[in-house]
Design a protein. Structure first.
Length: 487
């Protein structure tokens, strides 16, 4: 019998109190997953003999409570071994590509210390609430996922909010003011850290808004005073942005008819200080990142992942026309620009498409070398719509892909998108996944026997799978699957 015990370490000898889910859930499990063992869970009571792989969590005060870094108690080397084993097991029962190579996971280069496995997140979100802490000493003052500069800014902000009595959001009544604090950081092309402070509120008007402006002015004055004494490469606060929370606005409109009228065409974001964006770099490429832009949360490991795709592309005999699906602000496609004849990106969010165009120009790519289009690739799209956008922008034929890069959300690819790609039959498909569980059935679909009667001419095999550890101390793994068409 296999027992799952949270916060245990491989090799621990421990006492645990066994419990399981209700019988009805077990019966459903037996029907949906015949042959699979029903998971039994245990609550850790005492560790009688700790494993050699058990280490003291850096964030020991909040470890096990906050839930952000669930594997901090496991040595990093063991984390990589466990993730490698999990990927091997996940893909062991595949019905395709028997010669697929599962490569060794690319972890963080520690260089004799553990600096790279902590403080790596370039975005941290903190929820504000009227709920109290169990004890006053339980109040968190920093996070080991964020940099020291971000932690310092967070502490200053929270202290000032408490001093002036800024109201937090009440999740029960949906009233209050400050709902979320967001910290983003990046490293610009000169190597200097840039920080953005995002404040999610419920209104741009009123007494609370005036208090927030005072807090912002005090923070800016304090920051500018330190700039006069700090070294030239000290982190710099470049942006403070306020954004209205959509959920709070929705509740407000239900309560207030006048708010419903005002909401139409209303501005939902404003810059309180500095720029509306910060700059980050990946593989010497510059990217402007706005408050709500999706960007890889670990820029250092994103460079590792993107460099691996570059290596794969460098083995191709000719530079391909590349389609970059789910391109976001264009980070993958732009980093592949020198290895591609042309890059065409597709993304659902219109603002992200505009940012991708800006980022391409920022890296000196001409419009005829990189193009980006707004298309919903999840469900609500038509194949003709996508192709019409391509054809209307050029002669059409030259822009059909030799290679496609996909980096979908956790749910994976929609079935009709897979079918469309099999009809187009590009020579290579690079499938980047943040959720290997959804990647497994998608790869099965790509590698299934083609159906010429419905236009499917592309059958693929997976040459290799490359795991990348993007988020140390968490269970998450990113994988790159390199598919080649079977001719």
């Amino acid at each position: 019998m296999q027992v799952v015990v949270p916060f245990a370490t491989p090799g621990d000898k421990l006492e645990a109190e066994i419990w399981e889910r209700d019988v009805q859930s077990r019966e459903k499990w037996a029907i949906s997953k015949p042959g699979n063992t029903w998971p039994v869970f245990g609550q850790q009571v005492q560790v009688s003999k700790p494993s050699e792989q058990r280490v003291e969590p850096l964030c020991s005060k909040y470890f096990g409570i906050c839930g952000g870094c669930k594997l901090q108690h496991v040595s990093y080397a063991q984390q990589l071994r466990e993730k490698q084993r999990w990927i091997q097991e996940l893909f062991a029962d595949r019905k395709h590509s028997p010669d697929m190579e599962i490569r060794r996971i690319l972890g963080v280069a520690t260089d004799g210390d553990n600096a790279g496995i902590y403080h790596y997140r370039n975005k941290m979100e903190f929820t504000c609430s009227t709920g109290r802490w169990l004890l006053d000493e339980d109040k968190p003052t920093d996070g080991d996922g964020a940099s020291s500069a971000c932690n310092s800014l967070l502490q200053q902000l929270v202290a000032r909010c408490e001093d002036v009595g800024l109201e937090a959001y009440d999740f029960n009544t949906h009233e209050g003011y400050l709902k979320q604090i967001v910290l983003r950081r990046g490293v610009n092309v000169q190597g200097r850290t840039e920080i953005m402070l995002g404040l999610v509120t419920t209104t741009f008007d009123g007494e609370q808004s005036d208090l927030l402006k005072k807090i912002v002015n005090d923070l800016v004055q304090e920051h500018e005073k330190h700039l006069l004494t700090d070294a030239g490469d000290a982190p710099r606060l470049v942006s403070i942005v306020e954004s209205l929370d959509s959920e709070a606005q929705r509740h407000q409109r239900r309560r207030d008819d006048s708010a419903r009228k005002i909401h139409e065409n209303a501005i939902t974001e404003r810059t309180l200080y500095g720029s509306s964006h910060l700059e980050d770099t990946i593989l010497d490429h510059r990217f402007k990142i706005s408050f709500d832009s999706f960007f890889q949360p670990n820029s250092v490991q994103a460079s590792v992942l993107y460099r691996e795709i570059q290596r794969m592309m460098s083995t191709l005999p000719d530079k391909p026309v590349v389609w970059d699906l789910f391109c976001g602000v264009g980070s993958i496609g732009i980093c592949m620009g020198q290895h591609a004849k042309k890059v065409v990106g597709f993304e659902l969010v219109e603002a992200a498409v505009e940012h991708a165009k800006v980022n391409a120009r920022l890296n000196n790519y001409a419009d005829d070398h990189m193009q980006f289009f707004c298309v919903d690739l999840a469900k609500n799209w038509q194949e003709e719509e996508l192709l019409d956008k391509i054809v209307s922008s050029s002669d059409g034929t030259s822009d059909l892909p030799d290679m496609v890069i996909v980096d979908p959300p956790r749910a994976g690819l929609h079935k009709k998108l897979i079918k469309m790609l099999r009809r187009m039959a590009p020579r290579q498909i690079c499938y980047v996944s943040c959720n290997p569980h959804s990647q497994v059935p998608d790869l099965e679909a790509f590698c299934a026997k083609a159906k010429p009667e419905v236009g499917e001419i592309g059958t693929y095999r997976v040459r290799h799978l490359q795991p990348v550890d993007m988020l140390p101390h968490t269970p998450h793994i990113e994988t790159i699957a390199w598919l080649e068409r079977c001719d």
